[in-house]
Design a protein around this ligand. Structure first.
Ligand code: F6R
Length: 606
């Protein structure tokens, strides 16, 4: 939700292109408007526009503000409509102070009232605009820019990452509390951004800032302190991401690239985590780590919630009680936590506000917390007692694809570790499951190579609605496929447990609906009956099942084949087929696939 970026380069350099490129790499965080503020010898020039970054690039063509220091912003609107006025950066009355912000200033109404009474004039409806005016006020009272910035930051309540340039300082000032902020240390320049891909083409040396950090960067120096000005040490580390990871390569969309990256991502997810003698080896979680666990609570949102449902099924198969909670619900109605509750927060970004709040609530109640996340240094990884990384690499498309597969693979390994620790034994099915996980990269590749989703896609355009059904792990796949379909095609789609259709939704099924049925090889005979129920109402059925499932193929109107494998892996392969279906339909409809309307990748507001 909103991306901020900043760069300080040596004098005589021009950071404008760097800022715009950095914003393009953050556009997945919001695309309602964008803007930059660039400082040169004559002051700070701000250019901002409603709409996607191309609109900003056009406007910059006419103005070309050159300078060696600047900040940028891409917005997902929370306070105020997506207009030029509400676009960031926001400035003070004099135009000397320019601020970009990700998050929400919860006490902005009171601060705004106070500042208006003191004679400040506001030009936007945003919460952010109070920040430059506060800095202006404190500078006018004689504080240095840095002290004024600290003082202003100290007045803010809520979640934020802010970055600021002023007309008479060479440095960029920034702070975080609740929203992500990463420092990039380049050869001759420094960067700040909401996420690493923003500056990855310049440097892979980063320091993840923490809540309460205030940072000041120049081209060759950075200084991190707490709000009171005491130095704090944040390790500069090298991230294992390549610049190409954050680029589209030869693909039309990031989503298609990321769907195709799944074999490699899955390979990384399981690499070194299954030993030659068939044991699960999870770095920080040696055998016995979870022996005291009585119940597992999985907390997540959206696609990650579906991965959590998937994990619940695997844990249930192993006899481990597990409950899944939508993190947003957990924040208002938390479940009882006992001494033996393990809370597993599943979050790709590690920055989803609902999930972070639910982690805090669980921890306050005494639960042991574990984040399953893609982002090292993310808030979830730091706030939880432990973190397990899914190693999917950066995911830029707003619709999650490869991270879902990697989450499920890693959660399956975690489930095996927990089950062995709790029961003291190894389930007879484990060998088959681990072997199927090891085969997954190859099986996903085969699925991608042979999929007929593109050829079938035209018949799914313009239908009244699409239903997705499945049972066992096929159920979270049905939910995930429906979410993907509605998210990027803007067409109506719903997912159901296969047996649920006849309890109500069947009333909606007509010959103008399509029903996608997921078969994993477990209880397929029951799902076949559900297929008959919908076909007798005239709805065409597309079955996704193993290539050898002849009975299923015969019962369906269309068939998407997946390689023969363990049911847990079969669900993931079926999901790959359905990702392709959604992608192809959205493409035929000409949708904004990587940046669907109204959405942002990282939802940092509750
Ligand atoms: C859908 C999607 C979202 C996210 C959700 C949680 O394609 O990507 O539903 O899954 O916003 O995000 P994370 O996993 O970052 O907590």
């Amino acid at each position: 939700m909103c991306g901020i970026t900043a760069c300080a380069a040596p004098a005589e350099n021009d950071v404008l292109d760097t800022l715009v490129a950095g914003l393009r790499n953050l556009e997945y965080r919001g695309y309602d408007s964008s803007g930059v503020a660039v400082r040169n010898g004559e002051g700070v020039t701000v250019v901002k526009r409603e709409g996607e970054i191309d609109a900003l690039a056009d406007a910059l063509g006419a103005v070309s503000p050159n300078g060696a220091v600047g900040v940028g912003h891409t917005r997902w609107s929370t306070h105020g409509a997506p207009t030029d006025e509400n676009a960031h950066p926001h400035t003070d009355c004099s135009g000397e102070v320019s601020v970009v912000h990700n998050g929400i200033v919860e006490n902005y109404t009171a601060l705004r009232g106070e500042l208006i009474e003191l004679g400040h004039t506001f030009t936007s409806e945003t919460d952010t605009e109070v920040v430059p005016h506060l800095v202006e006020m404190y500078r006018e009272r004689g504080l240095s820019t840095e002290d004024a910035f600290r003082k202003a930051i100290g007045r803010l309540e809520g979640r934020f990452a802010v970055a600021m340039v002023v007309d008479d300082e060479d440095d960029v000032f920034a702070a975080r509390d609740g929203s992500p902020l990463v420092l990039g240390v380049g050869e001759d320049r420094r960067f700040l951004a909401s996420d690493v891909p923003s500056f990855l083409e310049h440097t892979d040396r980063v320091a993840f800032l923490e809540d309460g950090d205030v940072v000041r960067i120049s081209a060759d120096h950075h200084e991190i302190t707490d709000l009171a000005g005491n130095p704090v040490d944040r390790t500069v580390q090298t991230v294992d991401w390549q610049p190409e990871d954050a680029q589209r390569g030869g693909f039309d969309h990031y989503m298609l690239k990321e769907i195709n990256e799944q074999p490699a991502a899955l390979d990384r997810a399981i690499k070194g985590r299954i030993t030659d003698d068939g044991d699960v080896h999870l770095e920080d979680f040696p055998p016995g780590t979870f022996e005291d666990v009585g119940v597992v609570h999985l907390l997540a949102c959206g696609t990650s919630y579906h991965a959590a449902l998937y994990a619940q099924q695997i844990l249930a198969d192993r006899g481990i009680p597990a409950q899944v909670f939508s993190a947003g619900e957990y924040t208002t109605t938390p479940a009882p936590v006992t001494d033996d509750t393990l809370v597993v927060a599943v979050t790709q970004s590690g920055e989803t506000a609902d999930t972070l709040t639910s982690i805090r609530i669980a921890a306050e109640r005494g639960a042991r917390t574990l984040a399953v996340t893609n982002v090292i240094g993310s808030t979830a990884a730091r706030d939880c007692d432990d973190a397990l990384f899914i190693r999917a690499g950066p995911e830029i498309g707003v619709a999650a694809t490869k991270t879902f597969s990697s989450q499920v693979a890693v959660l399956a390994l975690l489930a095996e570790r927990i089950a062995e620790d709790v029961t003291g034994s190894v389930d007879p099915d484990r060998e088959a499951l681990l072997s199927a996980l090891q085969d997954l990269p190859e099986h996903v590749q085969e699925t991608l190579n042979t999929s007929t989703a593109e050829a079938l896609a035209p018949q799914f355009v313009g239908r009244d609605e699409q239903f997705f059904i499945g049972r066992g792990v096929g159920y979270p796949v049905a939910l995930e496929a429906a979410l993907k379909f509605k998210e990027i095609t803007y067409e109506h789609a719903e997912g159901f447990a296969a047996g649920e259709l006849k309890h109500g939704p069947l009333a909606l099924v007509t010959s103008d609906s399509t029903v996608f049925a997921v078969f994993t090889g477990r209880h397929d005979e029951k799902t076949l009956k559900n297929v008959e129920e919908v076909r007798s109402r005239g709805a065409p059925v597309v079955a996704i099942a193993a290539e050898s499932a002849h009975e299923v193929a015969e019962a369906a109107d269309e068939f998407l084949a997946i390689p023969e494998t363990h049911p847990v892996a079969a669900g993931l392969l079926a999901n790959v087929q359905l990702q392709l279906v959604s992608y192809r339909v959205a493409d035929l409809l000409g949708r904004s696939i990587d940046k669907p309307r109204n959405l942002a990748k990282s939802v940092t507001v509750e």
